[in-house]
Write a protein that binds this ligand. Structure first.
Ligand code: TRP
Length: 451
């Protein structure tokens, strides 16, 4: 079975796929708005520290388990186990990851569907189809359901083609386009009146808020979501990396690309908000905070694009294309988790597995869409605030407490022969053993305290 396993054909392919998974709505939407509402550069600074001190070590844990196990999370963790108890624990962590990532995908696809609808809107207006445009940008069960199916269809299309022909091929095309579109949009928006105020809100720190534990938890949650940790996504991508690659270095490049693109997204979104304000669009909510949730992407920014005149259509098109691309390279990495399990452990043919699992998740999406006010926030909270960090914790526990140190060293030294003398090996094992688990546990203590 292992001979038939997919593998990334180059470092570039892996980097595009893994950073494509990491860079998504979390970076372009979540990060800038979190930053704006939490003290600007003070949040950015906290975030950078947490990414490199906590999220990067956890990312490495997943990549290494994946490459070592050469399989999905369930099998890889079972392989590291040392007896009945840890075998059961590994099986449970693997399965909880599969369920969690499927639920994350089910809310992610809904939001991605909105991005696609807003991408088609400027085209409809260009063609003079104004009632279609109104339907695309107005809330509606039919619109949401239709775009769930469309976006899920795209995700299924890419994943059914496999690791090289699907994930790697599309990520290698889409990620460079994303970076180009993002930079062009920034260059345009920062020239507009009002932009410099946005840059100030983003880049001038208010250190008064950094000590706030809420902010640190927020930043840690953001970092875990953004690096796609705790559910086996990075583990499965790690399992497609060959033994000649230096994983420690690849992992750090993925983390750098992720924070780099999040930072760039801030240079776009914050100035855009203040340009919108300059054009008469309200950017503060009734409570005096910056509008951050769906209101930002689905009403403030579209209002800004509308106020720009004809060029606004082009800007809207570029912006929602950016959002759709970012979503797609993330959603494929989520669908790959259950698909890889079905293919490897149950011998299901990849196309069949992808269509069947994609269809099941699409049904869950539709159930959430139909009961949006009850289910949407609940799904987001349970998966991203509870399940995901817990998964991250257990991946660290497996690497640092269950796997023996020599076996671990042997795995990392493949592709990195002098790792034993490196700074990485001096610091990282200690981090995954003590610092990461304690930091994640502290998040739970805080969460429980807030209940
Ligand atoms: N990291 C992506 C983002 O920032 C989302 C994502 C992809 C994800 N795969 C994941 C989140 C797995 C959690 C778990 O939008």
């Amino acid at each position: 079975m292992s001979a038939a396993r997919g593998e990334f054909s180059s470092r570039f392919g892996f980097l595009m796929a893994a950073s494509g998974s990491a860079v998504g709505l979390g970076n372009i939407w979540g990060f800038p708005t979190n930053t704006a509402s939490n003290g600007g550069a003070a949040f950015l600074f906290t975030y950078l520290i947490l990414v490199f001190l906590l999220a990067y070590p956890a990312l490495m844990a997943e990549l290494i388990i994946g490459r070592h196990g050469h399989s999905n999370a369930v099998t890889a963790l079972q392989g590291l186990s040392r007896g009945r108890a840890t075998y059961l624990l590994g099986t449970t962590v693997g399965f909880v990851g599969i369920v969690t990532v499927s639920l994350i995908l089910s809310f992610y696809v809904i939001v991605s569907g909105w991005m696609m609808a807003y991408l088609i809107d400027p085209l409809a207006r260009l063609a003079g189809l104004n009632s279609l445009a109104g339907w695309l940008t107005g809330d509606g069960l039919v619109r949401d359901s239709l775009f769930v199916l469309l976006f899920m269809g795209l995700t299924i299309y890419v994943i059914s083609a496999g690791v090289k022909e699907g994930i790697e091929k599309w990520a290698s095309r889409l990620m460079p386009s994303l970076i180009v579109i993002l930079i062009l949009l920034i260059l345009y928006v920062v020239t507009l009146p009002g932009a410099s105020e946005g840059l100030r809100a983003y880049l001038v720190p208010d250190f008064g808020v950094v000590a706030n534990p809420h902010l640190i938890i927020n930043a840690l949650g953001q970092a875990f979501f953004s690096l796609s940790l705790g559910v086996g996504t990075m583990l499965i991508y790690g399992s497609y990396v060959n033994k000649r690659e230096n994983l420690a270095q690849l992992g750090s490049l993925v983390a750098l690309l992720d924070v780099g693109i999040a930072f760039l997204a801030g240079l776009l979104i914050l100035p855009a908000m203040y340009v919108a304000q300059n054009n008469g669009v309200a950017i503060y909510d009734a409570a005096g905070g910056l509008i951050a949730g769906p209101g930002l992407i689905l009403s403030v920014l579209p209002a800004l694009f509308n106020s720009m005149g004809p060029i606004g259509l082009l800007v809207a098109l570029a912006f929602f294309l950016l959002m759709t691309i970012a979503s797609l390279t993330s959603s494929i990495s989520m669908l790959e988790v259950p698909v890889a399990y079905a293919v490897e452990n149950h011998g299901v043919e990849r196309k069949k597995a992808t269509v069947a699992i994609g269809a099941i998740i699409a049904v869950i999406c539709l159930i959430i869409v139909a009961n949006f006010s009850v289910l949407f926030d609940l799904t987001v909270t349970v998966t991203t605030e509870w399940s995901q960090p817990l998964g991250g914790l257990f991946f660290c526990v497996f690497v640092a407490w269950i796997w023996n140190r020599n076996g671990l060293l042997r795995e990392i030294s493949q592709g990195y022969p002098d790792v034993e003398q490196s700074l990485f090996w001096k610091i990282w094992p200690f981090y995954v053993k003590f610092i990461c688990p304690v930091a994640i546990l502290m998040v739970y203590v805080q969460l429980l305290g807030f209940l």
